[in-house]
Design a protein around this ligand. Structure first.
Ligand code: C5P
Length: 230
């Protein structure tokens, strides 16, 4: 299971955070969010290489962060694209050919623990494509643009999907290639495989593994980390 390559897309604009900068540089317990995110992979014995994908204007800041934190496994910091999918594609291209198993993890998810990550790798090693998801706590309804409720979805069939997502390199590359050629866009990588009709395995995620998207998420992330440290 060793020799896993990590792609961290961190090139989003973070508009929903209203911070005026890339949210991945906001500070959480004294460290940038992105540093927390990278550390788990730096510390996992299964990981041999990490590629970080940043917005063009952030590349030098990310390189500096990597240097100051002393991360040894970061092989490249490359330029992202307009869509998350473009950024992941760029990251996959930057991994060395020796890497045949790839994990994609959002830069904005700093709360994944080393234990949860290693367990995810163990549980998913038999599957060419597998993802983490958690059950939905609220009732979920589909609505139209006018806000009219169309239907209530069966909650027990639904999962809120997170990263990490793990893939055999070949199938991930084919999915990205086919999707970009057809103009198909998905908000995660697994959706590209689903679109091709390729099976994806879901395993239980962790509720704490939130994506820091809005100011409330930052507040919550601080408290979760503070609780872990106490
Ligand atoms: O936009 P969303 O919240 O789904 O972004 C998830 C992750 O993908 C974030 O870490 C964000 O920085 C990254 N992203 C990216 N390139 C984009 C858009 C998002 O790397 N063009």
């Amino acid at each position: 299971m060793a020799n896993i390559g990590i792609v961290i897309p961190a090139a989003g604009q973070g508009k929903r955070m209203r911070a005026g900068c890339n949210k991945q540089f906001l500070v959480l317990m004294g460290q940038p969010i992105l540093a927390h995110t990278i550390r788990v992979f730096e510390e996992s014995n299964f990981v041999s290489e990490i590629v970080i994908v940043g917005a063009e204007g952030d590349i030098s800041v990310i390189k500096e962060l990597v240097y100051h934190q002393g991360f040894q496994k970061v092989a490249a910091v490359c330029k992202g694209g307009v869509l998350r999918q473009d950024s992941v594609r760029a990251g996959v291209r930057a991994l060395s050919p020796a890497i045949q198993r790839i994990v994609v993890h959002d830069g904005a998810r700093p709360l994944l623990t080393l234990q949860a990550f290693n367990q995810f790798l163990e549980e998913t090693q038999e599957y060419p494509a597998a993802i983490m998801g958690v059950s939905i706590k609220d009732t979920v309804k589909r609505v139209n643009l006018a806000g009219n409720v169309l239907e209530t979805l069966p909650r027990e069939d639904l999962r809120s999907v997170q990263t990490p997502q793990v893939f055999d390199r070949g199938i991930l590359e084919v999915a990205h290639y086919q999707a970009v050629s057809a103009g198909y866009y998905g908000t995660d990588d697994a959706s590209l495989l689903e679109w091709m009709g390729y099976p994806v395995q879901m395993v239980e995620g962790m509720q704490e593994n939130i994506k820091v998207t809005t100011p409330e998420d930052l507040w919550l992330a601080e408290r979760i980390l503070a609780m872990r440290e106490s």
